[in-house]
Ligand binder design. Structure first.
Ligand code: SAM
Length: 312
């Protein structure tokens, strides 16, 4: 498997430090490295997301198969690939295809490469390390660009989308996938603590997100049109997995809630924090998400399909 490095500018942005430092680690770029434990936790969460939401990913790639009609993609670019959830789902869907997995984070790409070797797919994936905020990577035009949960990280999405247009062949397809909220797992009444804990966690996060990640939850259709794409379709995927769920759902809930927990000291009151800690108990104590049988997985993903016009 080949991998390239394309760094056109400073590898790190200055992050403000403060109450939400962990959230910044959680959601902002981890160019070239980042805290190893944090990257590992993020990678674990992305892998569990792909595993637990496998059937949604399969529906999504089936939709792309329909959109690509008689010309299934051969060259695919996965922008902000993370651990490769999209890369692997697309390779599974499109037999003859090859993927370029591009990410700013070197450790994410190393994780993806190891997974590709394990799956016997190393010869169909090439990794490129590049910070899309800093420069436009020089790549041969591709048939399909996939960007899942990565566009909202960009400092200047208008500029990145304009670049993405030129990375596609004329007539090529761009699929943008985003979320407007993080998944929910818990019943309102946990059997301990005050009802509504998960909603209070999300409310605290939403406040932070509005300030730190202004593009999260954006309507990407008009932004794609403004960049010169012809927007063809938009789909909402609603995920509602109900018990009994596999063990991976408990681990996914734990990984997701744990990442939220790191930013909630001093934000939630001590009763809520104690309840959250009980849910997150690694040893699977009473009430832990690892042994609860009342977890759901509720999530929503939005997908936009947009084409580079033949004439640009
Ligand atoms: C939430 S993860 C999504 C990963 C993957 N697409 C998925 O759906 O599982 C966002 C990814 O975008 C990458 N990313 C963020 N900003 C970036 C930038 N400016 N250039 C390239 N990659 C970036 C991060 O390193 C991270 O791997």
């Amino acid at each position: 498997m080949a991998h390239d490095h394309q760094h056109g500018g400073p590898a790190h942005r200055d992050h403000q430090h403060g109450r939400h430092e962990h959230h910044q680690h959680q959601h902002q770029h981890q160019h070239g490295g980042g805290d190893a434990a944090d990257v590992a936790a993020m990678a674990e969460m992305l892998d569990l997301d792909a595993e637990v939401l496998h059937s949604y990913l399969s529906d999504l790639t089936a939709w792309i198969r329909e959109l690509t009609g008689e010309r299934p993609p051969r060259r695919i670019l996965d922008l902000g690939s993370g651990t490769g959830a999209g890369s692997f789902a697309l390779l599974e869907r499109f037999d003859g295809a090859e993927v370029i997995a591009l990410d700013a984070s070197e450790p994410m790409l190393r994780h993806l490469e190891a997974a590709a070797r394990e799956r016997g797919l190393a010869d169909r994936i090439r990794t490129v390390q590049a910070d899309l905020d800093a420069s436009r990577p020089e790549l041969e035009p591709v048939d399909l660009v996939w960007a899942s949960a990565s566009l909202h990280h960009m400092a200047d999405p208008d500029r990145v989308l304009a670049d993405v247009l030129t990375m596609l062949r004329p007539g090529g397809l761009m699929i943008a996938v985003e979320l407007d909220a993080f998944p929910r797992f818990l019943p309102d009444d946990l059997g301990f603590g005050r009802p509504g804990l998960e909603e209070r966690c999300h409310a605290a996060m939403a406040e932070w997100r509005a300030a730190q990640m202004p593009h999260f939850g954006a309507d990407w259709g008009p932004l794609l049109a403004k960049a010169g794409f012809s927007v063809e379709a938009e789909r909402v995927f609603t995920i509602d997995l109900t018990p009994p769920l596999p063990d991976s759902a408990g681990r996914y809930a734990q990984a997701s809630l744990r990442r939220m927990r790191t930013g909630l000291d001093g934000v939630l009151d001590s009763d809520d924090l104690a309840a959250l800690d009980r849910l997150l108990d690694d040893d699977g104590g009473p009430g832990s998400v690892l042994r609860r049988d009342d977890l759901h997985v509720r999530a929503r993903r939005m997908a936009w399909a947009a084409r580079r016009p033949q004439t640009t």
